[in-house]
Design a protein around this ligand. Structure first.
Ligand code: FMN
Ligand code: SF4
Length: 651
């Protein structure tokens, strides 16, 4: 059998011919004009790179159909003035033989919260099928759409699609998924109307069908319309697969040329954007069921980063097209590499969800394994005109990325690591359940390092004497960080251990365990031990998942839910006061609480290792010496790799 023959066979969506069955999912890039939503050049470069990578169809991020429904940082398509910018995207994709669709969206009730961040909040009209309060503590109430409002929204969608067509796009995708405006009409949870737009699944689909058929009327029957839907919202009272099996044929009947099946709803967005803990191809059974009831092509999204898995899904007729989001952030060239059979060369998405981390994203969308994301032009690797001898100290992720970048640019590069293996603490993190892609990432970085021609010295401490012997022009220190201890009474007792040592299997633990620290390492260690049948309590001085800033919210929610399901006791805002022989005291409210434990596991952060940098700086005052990654400031892998990639390009 020819490799990946299904994935790389051409296909049609309506009249649009696609070279292969790989589709890029719509993904907001946080790189647009914040206030009005004009396209900026960085966004164009982002799409151009993905088109070069060989994906058959790119579905561009959501764009706002009406001025009354704008959201900060999102692309706009509500006026002709946006067409020239949008055309730049279409042209860039077409230059490389790709096809592109524009996603069009109305946020519905979600506009109640976006409104606060807008410059002119009074212009925003948060229309929804029903005026049901929603959204955490504040319980915001959207406005129930009248028939006139519905007509205006339907026209808004049709005009937006027409603008996409005028801008040169090959298709549009209507976002009816994830509990946004159209999804709110489709869902019995949010649609409580008793007119012709509410009630049974058919009536709830009326708004979606009117939109699809109005678009078709406006753009002509040859211009394809894709409809994105949540096959199930995975929330009580929300859209079920049974609803979708009724609604999907109606939407296709209204003129949709393809259905894209996703899942989840905005309140359960950790399902829509599954992390490493979720199964692969999480929505493929939904897609397979929907495919049984429609005759148009069915596309499926959701953690399908492996081209061989994608091939199997098409081969066994679960879907006609495979939609990849984050896998194409991680490696825009995934399609071309898969087609060439270079599967090992694909930089796989590890589903860490750092691209969703709002703090990290403030500079634009970013990716742990692809530091060049949204910096496509800036990150083209250029050979150096001035080769130098560079010593990189530390073989964690920051050090490896630095060394391989330098060597690839033509510098004589030596990487020195005191351990006998490369990878540092990332190797320990990779031991956890669901993290095999983390381990694969390190292996890939290591083989890239070997290929780059850098010299690697393992098991060598970087002493001042060694630096003298090597006599480099530049030294880059990436010695990382070590686990922090706690300055509380009892921290030196024998049953107090570090989480990293537990994961490595270096220490024995008892049956009743208190894990101190509520960020990812603490939660993951707690989960691993709970799954082994241990009785676990987590104590943390702030909210679960919070340290200096909150960890990424979808991974946090997934981990939190699993801890709760495993019966782990969680004590947020409960600083550790004292460790005793048989347990710990925490401050719980204004009183002390004693929690029994035979082992206390510390996961309380790390401390930068600065001594190597300081020693070298002192011993060689005239030498160019830098420090990066955790040895500069303890953070996570995304920053470590980014700093390695940046310094590797700057020498
Ligand atoms: C950074 C980011 C932004 C996203 N923005 C959108 C969007 O604008 N519209 C949309 O329908 N889905 C959006 N999504 C969801 C993706 O289209 C996709 O459904 C999700 O990432 C799961 O697919 P994957 O596992 O292949 O990444 C976004 C996802 C990410 C990671
Ligand atoms: S940040 Fe993580 S989840 Fe997002 S694309 Fe990169 S590797 Fe994948």
């Amino acid at each position: 059998m020819k490799r990946l023959q299904y994935l790389f066979s051409p296909g049609y969506i309506g009249a649009m011919k696609l070279d292969n069955r790989l589709v890029m999912a719509p993904m907001g890039t946080s790189s647009n004009d914040y206030t009005e939503g004009f396209v900026l050049d960085r966004t164009v470069d982002f799409y151009e790179e993905r088109a070069k990578g060989g994906v058959g169809l790119i579905i561009c991020q959501s764009s706002m159909i009406l001025v009354e429904s704008c959201a900060p940082g999102r692309l706009s398509i509500w006026d002709d003035k946006f067409i020239p910018g949008l055309r730049k995207i279409a042209d860039a994709v077409h230059r490389h033989g790709g096809k592109c669709a524009m996603q069009i969206l109305h946020h519905g009730k979600l506009l109640t919260s976006h409104r606060k961040r807008m410059e002119n909040p009074e212009k925003i009209i948060p229309l929804a099928p029903s005026a049901i309060p929603w959204g955490g503590k504040n319980k915001e109430v959207p406005i129930e759409a009248t028939r006139e409002d519905i007509l205006r929204l339907v026209r808004g969608f049709a005009e937006a699609a027409f603008r996409a067509q005028k801008a040169g796009f090959d298709a549009v995708e209507v976002n009816g998924a994830h509990g946004y405006g159209i999804g709110q009409f489709l869902s019995p949870r949010t649609n409580k109307r008793n007119d012709e737009y509410g009630g049974n699944p058919e009536k709830r689909a009326r708004f979606a069908c009117e939109i699809v058929s109005a678009i078709k009327d406006r753009v002509g029957s040859d211009f394809p319309v894709i409809f994105r839907m949540s096959g199930s919202e995975f929330i009580k009272g929300g859209i079920s697969l049974d609803d979708s099996l009724i609604q999907a044929p109606l939407i296709a009947g209204a003129g949709a040329d393809a259905l894209e099946v996703s899942g989840g709803v905005v309140e359960m967005a950790h399902i829509t954007n599954p992390c490493y803990l979720h199964p692969d191809a999480i929505f493929s059974d939904l897609a397979a069921s929907i495919k049984q009831v429609v005759s148009v092509p069915v596309m499926v999204v959701g953690k399908i980063g492996d081209p061989e898995l994608a091939e199997r899904l098409i081969e066994c007729k679960k879907a006609d097209y495979i939609v990849m989001g984050r896998p194409l952030l991680a490696d825009p060239y995934l399609p071309n590499k898969a087609k060439a059979g270079d599967l090992d060369k694909i930089r796989r998405c590890i589903y860490c969800n750092n691209c969703w981390d709002l703090t990290k994203r403030s500079r634009g969308l970013c990716c742990t394994v692809n530091p060049g994301l949204l910096r496509e032009k800036e990150f083209v690797l250029k050979k150096t005109a001035n080769p130098r001898k560079v010593l990189v100290i530390g073989g964690g992720l920051a050090g490896i990325e630095t060394a391989r970048t330098l060597a690839n640019r033509g510098h004589q590069t030596i990487l020195c690591e005191k351990d006998t293996a490369l990878g540092g603490q990332w190797n320990v993190a990779s031991l956890l359940k669901g993290k095999d892609l983390y381990a694969r990432f390190t292996q890939q970085l290591c083989s890239d390092l070997v290929e780059s021609g850098a010299e690697v010295m393992l098991g060598r401490e970087a002493t001042v004497e060694l630096v003298r012997q090597i006599s480099p022009d530049v030294v880059i220190v990436a010695t990382g960080a070590v686990p922090r201890n706690l300055a509380v009474q009892g921290a030196d007792l024998p049953h107090v251990v570090q989480a990293l040592d537990v994961l490595k299997g270096k220490v024995e633990v008892g049956e009743k365990i208190v894990v101190v620290g509520g960020r990812s390492l603490g939660m993951e260690t707690a989960l691993m031990l709970a799954e082994k049948g241990k009785r676990i309590s987590i104590v943390t001085e702030r909210a679960l998942g919070q340290n200096h800033h909150f960890m990424e919210r979808y991974t946090l929610v997934t981990l939190r839910d699993r801890l709760i399901q495993q019966g782990v006791y969680i004590y947020p805002y409960s600083p550790l006061e004292e460790i005793c022989d048989d347990g710990v005291y925490v401050l719980y409210g204004s009183n002390l609480l004693f929690i029994k434990a035979d082992t206390v596991v510390l996961a309380v952060g790390v401390v930068s290792q600065k001594s190597v940098y300081e020693n070298i700086k002192t011993a060689f005052p005239g030498m160019e010496v830098y420090t990066i990654g955790d040895s500069l400031e303890a953070r996570d892998a995304l920053e470590a790799i980014r700093e390695g990639a940046e310094i590797g390009r700057s020498i």
